[in-house]
Design a protein around this ligand. Sequence first.
Ligand code: GLC
Length: 678
Amino acid sequence: MSLGTSKAVFQVLSRAVSQTGYNEPRVNSSDLSLHSRFGVKCMTKRLSRHRALIVCSSMLQSRLRTYQFQWMGVSLHDYNKTYSRPWLKTCKCQRAESASGITSGDGNVSRLLNDVETSNSASNVMGTKHILDFENVKDPQLKQEEVLSSNVTNGAIRDSFDTSIEEEAWDLLRESVVYYCGNPIGTIAAKDPTSSNILNYDQVFIRDFIPSGMAFLLKGEYDIVRNFILYTLQLQSWEKTMDCHSPGQGLMPASFKVRTVPLDGDDSATEEVLDPDFGEAAIGRVAPVDSGLWWIILLRAYGKCSGDRSVQERVDVQTGIKMILRLCLADGFDMFPTLLVTDGSCMIDRRMGIHGHPLEIQALFYSALLCAREMLTPEDGSADLIRALNNRLVALSFHIREYYWIDMKKLNEIYRYTTEEYSYDAVNKFNIYPDQISPWLVEWMPNKGGYLIGNLQPAHMDFRFFSLGNLWSVVNSLATVEQSHAILDLIEAKWSDLVAEMPFKICYPALDGQEWQIITGSDPKNTPWSYHNAGSWPTLLWQLTVACIKMKRTHIAAKAVEIAERRISRDRWPEYYDTKRSRLIGKQSRLYQTWSIAGYLVAKLLLADPSKANILITEEDSELVNALISANPRGKRGRKNLKQTYILSDTFKSMKQEVWSYNLMKEYVYKVKGSSSR
Ligand code: GLC
């Protein structure tokens, strides 16, 4: 184990030791025998799959200190052969099958199967009506879609017409709850009785739980969210490797599973284990950068909604926040303030050409920085972190607002760009060749409206519209007020592309032909207008709703919800829809996908009481605005001036100012002032 790792481990251990008042994994030295028994089990797991388990045990009450030091002292080789977890907890659950909530033999599955069977006779009637509901389409491809759609409307209908869609959604959401030692700790990704290929959809995904958690918060059911926050925090601290390499400490898993395993030597008893996946088992081995960012956002929402600030104030939670921040704020080779990530590190977790600086990650990163700043308790030793956080907020906001923004005016500027500029004042800083403006963009860009592009790299702008990044930039004020309105203007103008028959396209347009072959690696799941490649994802309804509420344009979200209601329940809550106008249930879409259900519920709850959206919204950061307004550069513009002392010189010191120029700063201050007075 490297020194760095040992240090990080020590931090984690100290953090855990200082926890109070929560029934979390504990081991003491008197439990050594049990512990080593379990340790052997862990070792086997690690050797075979490079992963390990946390075991919940009511028998083990305090942490095993001696074990910690033993663990910290071993070599990497020994470490890989020995235990991987510094603390363990075992829960002897005599009837764990019924409590785990994820066993295949549960009543819900058979009830749903019954639903499918009993509703088949009624489905033809529904199908006919459904086709009649479609508006006339002229495009030949769309006509084909219409024909095809008649074959896919044979979905089960709800067993009772007098049950409202909302009630049905609540029932399904509750049935998706996963328990750990009797406590609710999350929701399963999908509970599809019609699918034999479960893959990892029987796990609790961090990102998928956010709308579930929000629905429970809005309903006043706080326990599940609190448990989720605290248990996933424990998973964060785990050592994880892929072929002997560990990602940075602070990474949150993409998902975890509660496994019920027989207790050795006792046939009548079982124990439950939490088994996380940090990407080391995930398809493509992608590390989920978004998990930790969402975790921070949920933590703040929990505090604001429940009024219980004690969770965010806990030492271990504070350390957890800092670990995520340190991982994100660590210096690298970057010239940009945006986070550099691999393809598939967020909701789009397969190769889709979004490696680099994808908007979704930047928007979540910005939110996480703002939320963390609100929650961090001041203490000695965190001043540097807070300074780095503030610096990054300013730089990130400037960078995204300035360089990711596109509308008709900007498009025209890019179209006429001069290239190969070598200077500090270059207009075309990233050396974008106008030829990369695709014909679809020129056609598509409305006169009124604009959006943040998907990605920006040297000599490369990804002009695709990515919904989550844009919506979340409205929610957290990463986009200016003017830009936020323009994004909603664009959504309205492009309704038939982005919403059509089911909200909401994950991105637009689809990659096609050779581009699809090269960029996705000929991925058969991401064919044009399917899945991540411009498929439609009902879960995005909740983010759309929060964005609309923030901008006081709730009618847009209400319209989208109404469209979803026409078929989402009848179609059995699919994960995603395919085709240009989202007419078909996705080719490989799961049914009863929990975040489709929860996303709908959150949208409904928020539309019923828009003030509740405040737990997710972050307003224009007045400190950031003031920082820029009070920046008072003296003398002439140009690189030399950047070396002068500004009123807020501390804030700007480490911002890699070479990429900034005074004129842009001035322009930015003007824009910020202008937009906030709108
Ligand atoms: C798919 C989605 C991902 C989601 C997961 C579980 O992999 O791409 O965003 O978290 O399914 O629903």
